[in-house]
Design a protein around this ligand. Structure first.
Ligand SMILES: Cc1cc2nc3c(=O)[nH]c(=O)nc-3n(C[C@H](O)[C@H](O)[C@H](O)COP(=O)(O)OP(=O)(O)OC[C@H]3O[C@@H](n4cnc5c(N)ncnc54)[C@H](O)[C@@H]3O)c2cc1C
Length: 497
């Protein structure tokens, strides 16, 4: 076993983890990631952009109001305000580390996206914003003397300290060799959990492992039932499912059903620009009936706006489709988790020594539904806050207690979890129902009983999945991304106070 002793351990090298690491100077930081961060992080895949109230006539209050409306009265209002107030500074920070946001003649070029009442989404390199942000952060981190980046270590468990605290983590390298990392402070920045579902836009790293590890150590979690599905992933056998940005519908694309009729006609007053959860449910419902849905983006790709969507064009073409000539088949896919490990305004969890930021954390900002382009914002702002608070806190010496560390964990591969993913797809998709949730829970418990004792990662994922199903069962209402056909209305009693 190789052993490493570090001051601060950051698990995850997406926007949140890298911002935390950069801001934690002068503390010594080891950043580990399961794979090359350019190949496996949601940050690298983000197409739409980052939301900030920088346009003419826009304001923090306006973005705040839009965020709370999208969150369906479930957001933590103060957390949302705090994060949006920091948006302008976050954009300046990103520009400072080399992100070249698109500019127009009169300053920042801001785009309108569904749910935003002002144009406020900044792009870099067109629809390649996420990879532009990630490349700049990685280059900047590489030049920071206090940061060491170690990729190819998949963390499987948090090490419990002698005082009931978290004192580092145990991972496995690519050859399956155990790597034990003792740390004074541990930051989880492992991203989302789309990989628990059969169809997802999330990269192969995003299987909820950080959240599952924290849950298994007893960390407080919240909002587990709130999973956002993206309505327009290209329908292929590929995993992850390639995403076609919603900005295409903002630019004039529309959805068609199997008869060639407009899918969203009569479903919502905003039609194709209805909130993401409404569109995802409409697409999902057709899928349950065995019917296809298509995105007709020909008006966009035949117009002068085609140049704004190079990635979408490339995605379609690489699957033998020409979106300028014909509608392309799409499906709804698990995309973003609003819930996560509960953190305080500084990014601390309720376990001493454990911090969390980015998609794995739950600041409460997104409530029951995330407003488009608010997640990169949250990852950058909260990563920086967590890092800065670590920089200002005095290091505590922590000692990992004795604990069974086991052999290399072969259950970490997403493809080994096909049964789990199928169950989650059946009961935890955009349309839920009590009976389905109950039988899903039973099936997950049966799967768990059959696991080999050393399959730690699979067990943690099952425990997380069961916790999600229980949360969905106990929320006997429909709200945002959580829709129950047996409780189709919102329960005002459950509004955030
Ligand atoms: C296709 C797509 C498009 C999106 N578009 C947008 C957008 O336009 N705007 C927006 O605001 N948001 C968008 N999002 C959401 C947004 O990209 C993410 O919420 C955000 O990037 C999360 O950042 P993060 O740092 O928390 O996690 P990530 O960027 O996912 O990084 C997680 C890191 O943790 C590592 N990791 C995971 N598990 C382990 C483990 N067990 N051991 C070690 N390392 C581990 C990964 O390798 C990776 O380095 C999109 C998401 C997807 C999937």
């Amino acid at each position: 076993m190789s052993s490493i002793d570090t001051d601060v351990l950051v698990i995850g090298a997406g926007a949140a983890g890298l911002c935390a690491a950069i801001s934690a100077a002068p503390r010594r930081v080891l950043v580990v990631s399961a794979e090359d961060p350019r190949a496996a992080s949601s940050t690298a895949l983000a197409q739409g952009g980052i939301a900030a109230p920088l346009g003419v006539g826009d304001s923090v209050r306006s973005q705040w109001a839009d965020t709370l409306a999208a969150g369906c009265h479930t957001s933590d209002r103060r957390a949302a305000l705090r994060i949006i107030r920091a948006a302008a500074e976050a954009v300046r920070f990103l520009s400072g580390v080399g992100v070249r946001f698109d500019h127009g003649e009169s300053g920042w070029r801001v785009h309108l996206e569904a749910g935003h009442s002002h144009p406020r989404v900044l792009h870099a390199e067109g629809d390649r914003t996420g990879s532009a942000i990630l490349a700049a952060l990685l280059a900047h981190a590489a030049g920071c003397g206090h940061i060491e980046l170690l990729s190819g270590v998949r963390v499987a468990m948090l090490l419990a300290g002698e005082e009931g605290d978290i004192a580092g983590a145990l991972g496995f390298d690519r050859a399956g060799g155990p790597v034990r990392i003792s740390a004074r402070e541990t930051v989880l920045a492992t991203g989302g959990l789309g990989g628990l579902f059969p169809s997802t836009t999330n990269g192969r790293h995003a299987n909820g492992d950080g959240l599952a590890m924290a849950l298994s150590r007893g960390a407080r979690v919240a909002g587990l039932e709130f999973v956002q599905f993206h309505p327009t992933a290209l329908k292929t056998s590929e995993d992850p499912a390639p995403l076609l940005t919603e900005a295409l519908r903002g630019a004039g694309a529309f959805l068609l059903d199997a008869r060639g009729d407009r899918l969203m006609a009569g479903v919502h007053p905003l039609g194709d620009l209805a909130p993401r959860d409404v569109v995802a449910r409409a697409v999902w419902e057709r899928g349950l009936r065995g019917e296809g849905v298509w995105l007709d983006a020909t008006p966009v790709f035949r117009s002068e706006r085609a140049g704004e969507f190079p990635l979408a064009l490339h995605t379609c073409r690489s699957h033998g489709l020409d979106p300028a000539r014909e509608p392309v088949p799409i499906t709804a896919a698990a995309h973003y988790h609003m819930g996560g490990i509960v953190v305080d305004p500084l990014g601390r969890t309720d376990l001493p020594g454990l911090w969390a930021c980015g998609e794995v954390a739950c600041t409460g900002m997104h409530g029951a539904n995330r407003l488009a382009s608010n997640s990169l914002l949250e990852a950058v702002v909260c990563g920086r806050i967590a890092g800065a608070s670590l920089a200002h806190s005095s290091p505590v010496l922590r000692r990992p207690g004795a604990q069974g560390e086991g052999a290399a964990d072969l259950s970490a591969d997403r493809h080994g979890g096909a049964a789990l993913r199928a169950i989650m797809g059946r009961c935890m998709g955009p349309l839920r129902e009590g009976g389905e949730l109950q039988s899903g829970l039973r099936e997950l418990a049966e799967l768990r009983e059959r696991l080999a004792p050393e399959a730690r990662t699979a067990r943690q994922r099952l425990d997380l999945s069961m916790a999600m199903v229980r949360s969905a069962l106990s929320r006997r209402e429909s709200r945002g991304a959580h829709w129950r056909s047996d409780f189709p209305h919102r329960d005002p009693q459950a509004d955030a106070r």
